[in-house]
Design a protein around this ligand. Structure first.
Ligand SMILES: Cc1cc2nc3c(=O)[nH]c(=O)nc-3n(C[C@H](O)[C@H](O)[C@H](O)COP(=O)(O)OP(=O)(O)OC[C@H]3O[C@@H](n4cnc5c(N)ncnc54)[C@H](O)[C@@H]3O)c2cc1C
Length: 401
């Protein structure tokens, strides 16, 4: 059957993925876009995010996708009032042996448009005086990478969407789908039915609570993740965003001269959110996380020695069975699309994940091959068995930001 272009779309979830999808849907000519969230805009994990961005991932589709994200972050920096993409670089640090095995990946990254420099211990210290690195530490510095402040990006994107005519319905949970002739023609909330030609599910950690209402489930696990922010320093910290695979964490400067640091090192087990009413405000940072950062990440950023910590945020990262995002049409539910499970990199993905969702919805396909993200790829997985057992993060595989 030929793909029909929808005139109206309802987006479930007002995190960065849903907001970005709404943006691209309007840009692609959808006349009415409604965003529905059971809480407030950004109030899932998006406002908790570290906001670190790089395109130096390990496989072709993710590298291509992140390259588009970088283009879009640069564009958003020009068109969103109050938002700046801080392209201070993103240094991806790995132990020597991992770095040596990564030569083919670096070739691929280069072929796909990555602009990066390889830096070793002394070069890292010279380039970034507030970073410490051992002589044998190796890193690839993504020259187009960096960070965004989620608390500036999200309100700026929301304001742009309102200007573009997107309708927001906050504090309104989706509790069902209106299905006619096997096609989703609206979503059911406590306040009635929101009719639309198509629906996009962008609820990430809550995915199965919503998708199971349409008879579909994804094998995924959620993990608690937190970040900590120091009080401001008198001078801007001289460091890029750092994904640190050696010391098992990440650090970056903030736009107001602080250091932001995070780790998952002490939180290995998957988290069961219970029911659909779960909200991230119920989470507490793991009490072992900040001591870990104090002891370990201080070896990377000596400014953290004796630093005063100001605040922390905590949310969920969500990993599909094969630790790749899930983006595309929902099997068995015509008119319903899903974009979820961006591991710990959903902020960096959001511009492109929203674009790919909009392309699926409006065009019936994406600008480059995104088959590895297809929601129907889990047909051979025993989803029930996977969902019923807790799992350790590293047993699934780790992809940072
Ligand atoms: C501490 C921390 C640090 C992170 N650091 C980084 C980083 O440096 N770089 C990076 O790229 N990523 C990072 N991430 C990951 C990133 O934050 C997430 O992948 C991303 O925010 C997911 O966005 P989302 O829009 O898909 O989901 P969310 O922001 O979680 O939004 C989902 C929304 O769905 C809504 N919802 C749920 N159920 C319903 C329902 N039934 N009806 C209506 N609405 C519903 C929720 O209220 C929520 O607002 C970090 C995450 C955490 C927790």
């Amino acid at each position: 059957m030929p793909h029909s272009r929808p005139q109206s779309v309802v987006v479930i979830g007002a995190g960065v993925t849903g907001l970005s999808a709404a943006f691209h849907l309007v840009e692609k000519g959808v006349e009415r876009v409604v965003v529905v969230d059971k809480g407030g805009v950004g109030g899932g994990s998006s406002l908790q995010s570290g906001g670190i961005i790089t395109m130096l991932l390990g496989a072709e589709t993710p590298i291509r996708a992140r390259a588009v994200s970088l283009d879009l972050f640069e564009r958003f920096g020009r068109i969103l009032d109050g938002y700046e993409f801080h392209q201070v670089g993103c240094l991806n640090l790995t132990p020597r042996e991992v770095f040596d095995q990564g030569a083919p990946t670096r070739e691929l990254q280069k072929t796909l448009g990555g602009r990066f420099e390889v830096l070793r211990g002394q070069e890292i210290r010279e380039r970034f005086p507030d970073l410490r690195a051992a002589d044998d530490d190796h890193g690839t510095l993504d020259l187009r990478g960096g960070y965004s402040e989620p608390h500036r990006y999200i309100p700026a994107l929301r304001a742009k969407l309102e200007e573009m005519g997107v309708e927001f319905r906050e504090h309104e949970a989706v509790t069902g789908f209106d299905v006619r002739g096997g096609r989703v023609v609206g979503v059911v909330t406590g306040r009635g039915v929101v009719e639309a030609d198509a629906a996009v599910c962008a609820v990430n950690a809550w995915a199965n609570h919503v998708l199971s209402l349409a008879g579909f489930r994804i094998p995924y696990k959620n993990f608690v993740h937190e970040r900590f922010v120091t009080k401001p320093f008198p001078e801007p910290p001289r460091l890029p965003a750092v994904n640190d695979h050696i010391l098992d964490g990440y650090v970056r400067p903030t736009d107001d001269n602080r250091i932001l640091a995070g780790t998952s090192a002490h939180n290995p087990w998957s988290h069961d959110m219970g029911g659909p009413d779960f909200h991230v405000g119920q989470l507490e940072p793991d009490p072992r996380a900040l001591p870990f950062i104090r002891e370990n990440l201080v070896k990377r950023a000596p400014m953290l020695e004796g630093a005063e910590w100001d605040y922390s945020t905590v949310g969920l990262i969500s990993l599909a069975y094969d630790v790749q995002p899930v983006i595309g049409p929902v099997p068995g539910a015509d008119g319903l699309y899903v974009g979820t499970h961006f591991h710990s990199g959903g902020f960096a993905y959001n511009p492109v994940s929203g674009l790919l969702l909009a392309e699926h919805v409006v065009d019936g396909g994406t600008r480059f091959d995104t088959d590895i993200y297809r929601p129907d790829r889990f047909a051979r997985v025993d989803v029930g068995a996977f969902l019923s057992e807790p799992i350790i993060h590293d047993d699934m595989g780790r992809v940072r930001h």
